[in-house]
Write a protein that binds this ligand. Sequence first.
Ligand SMILES: [Zn+2]
Length: 154
Amino acid sequence: MSYNNQQQDCCNCFDKIDERVFQYSNQNFGIALCRPCQDWFRGILACTSATDASISLYFALRLRGVPAELEKHDGFKTIDIAVPDAKVNIEVDGEHHNKNSQQAMRDLDRTLYAYKKGFLTLRIPNSLVKSNLDQAADKITEYLVVSRDRKFRR
Ligand SMILES: [Zn+2]
């Protein structure tokens, strides 16, 4: 997460924020957020199991103009990052998703459930987010744009 965002905009909603709010938010959350978005983010941290990798990717996508939603419940499970506009769910997976076959089967169930509702699931290893966030976020954004533009033809 960026600690040196010189632009004084909220990283979630892009409203202008003053110096004091900017400093407070960076110190407490490691990212610049306006007051309402700080409340929202506190809720995410307190009430969800969002990982650092999915939070980093979420803000990188927001920065690229993606109308993403963090920790969205779809009636079955909570999606790490949902992009309803593109009909894509993004799951940021740790290593156990590869090594644990029961977990892998649950993931497949979820992928099927989402697909029946018209949503593609994009699985991103958290190692990629940690090692190459910007390039990964660029490619995911490109994927989302293609999916959004195809949505009405699927
Ligand atoms: Zn905000």
